[in-house]
Design a protein around this ligand. Sequence first.
Ligand SMILES: [Zn+2]
Ligand SMILES: [Zn+2]
Length: 485
Amino acid sequence: MTKESLKREITITSFGGAGGAVTGSCHLLESGKNKVIVDMGQFLGRDDLAQMKRKNARGDEILNKISEGNPPILITHSHIDHFGFLPAYFRRGHKPVVYATKEAVQLMESSLYRSARAQRKFVFKNSVAFDSDDVTKTLNNVQIVEPFEEIPITKDKKIRATFCLNGHTPDSTSILLKDRSTGKNILFTGDMGRPTQLVTGGYNRFSDRFPQDPINILVTESTCFPDTSVPFDERVAMFQREINEAFDRGSPVLMPCIQHRYMENLEIINRSQKEGKIPKKITFYRDGPALADISEVYKNYSPDCFTASYGNNPDCYKPEDVKNRFRLDNLQIISDHEKSLFFSRELGKQKGKTIIFTSGGMGDDGRALNYLGNNNYIKNSRNTVIFSCYQVPGTLGADLLQKQRDPCYRSARIVKLEGGSSHATGADEIFGFHQRFNLMELERIVIVHGEEESRKLMETKLRETVYGEYASIKLPDIGERVELN
Ligand SMILES: [Zn+2]
Ligand SMILES: [Zn+2]
């Protein structure tokens, strides 16, 4: 190999969100001497955490390799599996420039400080993953990017990045990297939104702004590839039916939520009450600092972050009332952990119809644990727990859904609402997203962020597409270096 071709070698190595792990996203792009990191996420759920340990994916050896030359870190969006490891990285003395959109940074800030406070409470000082000083250091190194504006991100300005809003969450982006030294354009989809979606409007709202430079390398997520997309009306009808059935059983309804999904749930309930599909008189409780934070962050977001549409109605909201969709009458706040414990114990004595939103969308962290841990709520077969987000294998939510299949199961009813994913779902939505970009010169596809079954099915189906037929497709393991030349 000549010196010239060595210099031009371009590779990608994934240190999470690979090898069948969905979480822990972290991808290192190397082009000659230039390096760029896309995402620095936390691993979540027992299975992915076990894989992280097995591969030592956040061990010193790997972190030293990643951080060599102090490459910049680009954050696609503010889900913890994409940015949650940042302060721990800074704690080890690295000081990279972190690029993210303003909206992502707002949510990262509140999530990270909350996590630092929680660790201080529950873990001995020496063994915390990070503290609030590390969060401050991280935030001091953040550079805000404007969506759809191309900016240089390496010192020699040879690699330029464009963050493209994609509808997965109000702050989520796909990132296009243009590398002048190799002439390659690399698109990281990050977590892709759906074509139309609550709150953000979905990728249809942004796709006419996607850059049309030819993509040579596509690094795509695959989380919901095998799933079937559920039409909006059907999904909302199921939501309403489950709530009404739970009330018929005379039980309070527990809804553990992750942040953005909480806001979507508020909107569906708001509209359902207005349309008379669920009772007008319900007492709501919000139990969880994470939910308080997202409400506050959404209050500060510009109205432009929100679509005017609801379901099939494109003009549901006027510009001045786009945020009223999140309002509920009779919403009470459970402020601290002690009150939450007390409330969860007394819950059986509630009169009237009650819905409790808790933090901890997969059941095994946050205030959800006060109800789903070993106590009265979960043991009472009249009660209903409604999960509305993807339950990562190895989480309490996934375990409860599994347990319920046992004919001897006698505890609370566990419901998982289908079709509510904020990830592009199934081949049509995912390939539809890819094709909003210019794939005429596509050479390679790297499939990440999905269970093994999803990735394999996606590979098979990609080979049947016009753009996937001639591209080489790779399903990398954690730490596996993929050559992109
Ligand atoms: Zn996400
Ligand atoms: Zn993700």
